[in-house]
Design a protein around this ligand. Structure first.
Ligand code: ATP
Ligand code: MG
Length: 588
């Protein structure tokens, strides 16, 4: 489906007013309830195809489908749209369930489109008998050639008016396992001159001759999306079928198939108010990321990323491993809202939502990423003091933990300058700073560091002021210098720190990669097209020193490396091999 390419970037500052009004879908639902449609019931569904992991775009659909059901006392079912056995896998089903639960939503029933294969087949047979469907023996190319254009009517297939018995017999053969895929399809007989291209005798069934992981060898012919979705909604009792804007032009066909299902079912209650109604909203689209499971699968298969949950992936599992909380994702989606036109939202807005959320959640710790040794020359050798560090100053109830202080410390190399300018408020000759949760220290005017043969600084010297221990009365004497973080050389642990950056070099990879691919004469983007736009520095691995307390961390714990950024404990992290992923820096 071609999508709108002239889309506006919504600036990050537009963070919306605080008072929330109803979105257009909530307004519609409230009106439907007032009018007593569907007997006052609300039922939605989230219908992923299990052909990949869910991405942040799906989170937008999830928040809406589940959110509407919850808000209006209804139910939202999870329905796997599993009509393409060649691309689907149980690994994806499990991942989808895990991600929805992690986001904090609960489905009513877990259903599958394949639950309805028999019913769909029976309906198709009925429609053939009613003269509403026929088996077409033309090739896909021939059918495409006859399709016409939006301004030019298509041509009827020579098989369009074949006898019902012939179609019925061939339809059986399509499912026999002996029919070659592509030899014939079942088509709905609608109108080859319709201005809506979806009405030009759409394909209902095709032959795949392939087992399905749920139905085994029972089926060889499988139903198409358009012929499946509306009827599943209808049979299930869905009242509001919410989907994205590319389905606007499919809606009349959705309605027609539901009408046909109703009539064939012999149900004579009026359908008007008792049908599922499809409503479309805008897809989530963010700067600097590329969605679409097909493309994400390519990145995984080609080893560009470590897997579907690589912290650079825009998947829900990627964001989880990156250190985003589910609350921050849901809050962000709520903030950008639902409209009926495409837009491109700034990634910076999601990052700022993460920062705001993590500020209240993350435990403050001390980690030195680029260490250089600091020796406090007047601090007694062998002495160790346990200093108290607040876990989160934003949340005093989170308590404190201890950090060991001693004569030799690691500090950041950048926090020292030998010929520091006046405005450099960190360490340098004669400069004074506070060590976080420690003491005020001062470098001597001369001989304040030692260098190796290549001129690299290997040691920095300073004296501590014993009267300034943090937390003691009178300790907070005013100084010009900043407060620096540190760890004790003899009481720290080594850690692998993975600093992630954007995976894509351009703001709108979806359009830019597609344009490049088109230039190369291709009709779908491939991995070579993608590689042109990938950021070669999207992952930098650093060996760092962290305070000992970090060995207590559990996977997915939220941390703030003081003065550096928000980090998360990687699921593969172990007490003897700590691994941390950078979520976001402290500032944009
Ligand atoms: P993709 O193109 O990434 O594979 P899809 O639309 O094929 O996505 P489905 O599994 O078919 O993925 O989608 C399940 C639901 O999620 C659908 O209702 C679909 O409209 C919705 N959805 C998919 N992408 C987005 C998005 N970027 N923003 C909002 N909703 C989305
Ligand atoms: Mg899809």
């Amino acid at each position: 489906m071609s999508e709108n390419t002239n889309i506006n970037v919504v600036p990050a500052q537009e963070e919306g007013s605080t008072k929330k009004s109803l979105n257009f879908i909530e307004e519609m639902v409230e009106k439907d309830l007032q009018e007593g449609k569907n007997g006052g019931r609300i039922q939605t569904r989230f219908p992923p195809e299990p052909n990949g992991y869910l991405h942040i775009g799906h989170a937008k659909a999830i928040a809406l489908d589940f959110g509407i059901a919850k808000k209006y006392g209804g139910v939202c079912n999870l329905r796997m749209d599993d009509t393409n056995p060649q691309k689907e896998d149980t690994e994806y089903v499990e991942a989808i369930k895990r991600d929805i639960e992690w986001l904090g939503f609960k489905w009513g029933k877990l259903l599958y489109a394949s639950d309805y294969f028999q019913q769909l087949w029976d309906l198709a047979v009925e429609l053939i008998k009613e003269g509403k469907a026929y088996v077409d023996e033309q090739s896909a190319e021939e059918i495409a050639r006859q399709k016409g254009t939006p301004t030019q009517a298509g041509q009827n297939s020579p098989y369009r008016d074949r006898p019902v018995e012939e179609s019925l017999a061939l339809f059986e053969q399509m499912n026999s396992g002996t029919m070659e895929p592509g030899k014939m399809v079942l088509r709905a007989k609608i109108d080859m001159a319709s201005p809506n291209m979806h009405f030009r005798d759409p394909i209902m069934y095709r032959v795949l001759n392939m087992p399905h992981w749920r139905t085994g060898n029972k089926w060889n012919a499988y139903p198409m999306y358009d012929y499946t979705h509306g009827q599943c909604d209808y049979w299930e009792g869905v009242t509001h079928s919410l989907c994205t804007l590319e389905f606007v032009s499919h809606r009349p066909l959705y309605d027609l198939f539901v009408d046909w299902a109703k009539i064939a079912g012999g149900d004579d209650k009026p359908l008007d108010d008792n049908r599922p109604r499809q409503t479309e909203f805008n897809k989530l689209n963010l700067t600097h990321i590329l969605l679409s499971k097909r493309n994400l699968l390519m990145l995984v298969k080609e080893g560009v990323v470590s897997g579907w949950d690589d912290p650079r992936m825009p998947t829900i599992s990627g964001f989880r491993r990156r250190g985003y909380s589910p609350e921050s994702i849901v809050k962000f989606i709520d903030k950008i809202g639902y409209t009926t036109f495409d837009a491109l939202n700034e990634m910076a807005l999601l990052e700022s939502a993460a920062r705001e959320d993590l500020n209240g959640r993350a435990t403050r710790v001390s980690v030195v990423l680029n260490p250089v040794k600091l020796i406090l020359t007047n601090y007694p050798e062998g002495q160790v003091e346990m200093m108290t560090a607040q876990n989160n100053p934003e949340r005093p109830k989170d308590g404190t933990h201890e950090i060991a202080f001693s004569r030799e410390l690691w500090i950041e190399r950048d926090d020292f300058m030998e010929d520091a300018p006046k405005k450099f408020f960190r360490l340098g000759p004669g400069k004074e700073v506070r060590l976080k949760n420690g003491y005020i220290i001062k470098c001597p005017e001369t001989n304040c560091c030692k260098k190796d043969a290549d001129g690299n600084i290997v040691e920095i010297y300073a004296e501590y002021d014993p009267d300034t221990r943090s937390g003691l009365p009178g300790a907070d004497r005013k100084i010009k210098g900043k407060t620096l973080h540190w760890v004790s050389c003899d009481h720290c642990v080594e850690a692998e720190v993975r600093n992630y950056d954007r995976l894509w070099l351009v703001e709108n990879p979806r359009d830019e990669v597609a344009a490049y691919s088109k230039q190369q004469g291709k009709d779908r983007i491939d991995i070579d097209d993608m590689r042109k736009y990938l950021n070669p520095h999207s992952l930098e691995v650093v060996k760092a020193y962290g305070e000992q307390w970090l060995t207590n961390c559990k996977p997915l714990d939220y941390l703030q490396f003081q003065r550096i950024g928000y980090y998360n404990v990687d699921p593969e992290s172990m007490p003897d091999h700590l691994v941390f992923n950078r979520t976001v820096g402290l500032k944009s």
